[in-house]
Design a protein around this ligand. Structure first.
Ligand code: DGY
Length: 326
């Protein structure tokens, strides 16, 4: 049995695959594959372990022989899951293991933005650390402020826990369905989307990208927020409208923003958001710790191994693939 892997993954996952006797074919070039290259490699393989590669209907139809597609991510918005299901291809992801690292990134962006840290670091490099001015470089404090979580799932909960423990922040959230465990554990309060916008001092996004959440944070949404608010997005760039975010910051509709995800990615180096004192941007590193990436590779490998044995894969995105088969 053979698996094609679209980028070099941590040793831990590779080792599991090798121990299971699976032959590995890895894409080692430091550039994304073209669709043709992806198809050609998959046609010679029984399974695909995919790191961030877009998997559309054309690809899936061309490679309908694949026994399993294991994603090296928790998000699956880049995959046409409905087509995969109709072709009986199980899609696996890596839930849970990246919650802490991603929440840490949101926390880092919140704190860095509140104290203009990235901007001030750059100003030292430019030789601008000059005369001490007690009214300059002022940030805002987070103690006792209100954290609004849009999407209180595993990652949102982890971020809420950190903010409550570190700064005694009050937690409010908006989900389609209420998270009663979080309400009990953190005294979190469910609010409508509009109320969440109006009451958050820091608004942090932890939802999946879906047709419902795409472009959700637009000019109208930013207009409802406090002029002192900080917007954080570590989920997917397409959940906010980047031009509207820039306009909202320039117009003082919100105070600051911290982004680990942009739209598009990568962000262009001359983007005006990168010049703003109250903005912090990172290159989509939410899950980028040694521990988390190793754990993700292990989950992805377990999905490949199970799928190639014909067993139900343990971390499954499309359970219908098994119910429709039987
Ligand atoms: C995920 O796992 O979805 C992260 O955003 C990495 O892409």
């Amino acid at each position: 049995m053979k698996v094609f892997i679209t980028r070099v993954i941590p040793e831990e996952g590779r080792k599991l695959l090798e121990e299971a006797g699976i032959e590995i074919q890895e894409w080692k070039e430091k550039r994304a594959l073209t669709q043709e290259e992806l198809i050609a490699n998959c046609l010679e393989s029984d399974a695909l372990l995919s790191v961030g590669t877009r998997l559309d209907a054309d690809f899936l139809q061309a490679c309908s022989h694949l026994k399993v597609i294991a994603l090296h991510s928790v998000g699956f918005d880049h995959v046409d899951v409905d087509t995969a299901t109709s072709l009986n291809i199980p899609i696996g992801n890596t839930p849970g293991v990246l919650s802490a690292a991603t929440a840490d990134t949101a926390f880092l962006l919140m704190l860095a933005t509140s104290r203009k840290a990235f901007y001030l670091h750059k100003s030292i490099e430019k030789g601008q650390w000059g005369f001490f001015d007690p009214t300059a470089n002022l940030g805002v404090e987070l103690r006792g402020k209100t954290l609004g979580v849009f999407g209180l799932g595993k990652i949102g909960l982890e971020m809420a826990r950190c903010c409550k423990a570190a700064f005694g922040m009050k937690i409010i959230y908006h989900n389609r369905t209420r998270n009663e465990a979080a309400e009990q554990a953190l005294n979190a309060k469910w609010l409508s989307f509009e109320e969440l916008l109006q009451q958050s001092d820091v608004l942090t996004v932890h939802t999946a990208l879906t047709p419902e959440t795409e472009g959700k944070f637009d000019w109208a949404a930013f207009n409802l927020m406090k002029p002192s608010a900080i917007f954080i997005n570590t989920a997917r760039g397409a959940i906010h409208q980047e031009e509207d975010l820039l306009k909202a910051l320039l117009a003082g509709k919100i105070w600051g923003a911290g982004l680990d995800v942009t739209n598009p990615e990568p962000m262009r180096p001359d983007h005006p958001l990168l010049q703003m004192p109250n903005v912090s941007v990172l290159p989509h590193i939410g899950s980028a710790t040694q521990e988390t990436r190793a754990a993700m590779s292990v989950l992805a490998a377990k999905n490949v191994i199970a799928g190639l044995k014909g067993a139900e894969i343990p971390f499954l995105v499309n359970p219908e693939v098994y119910t429709t088969k039987s």
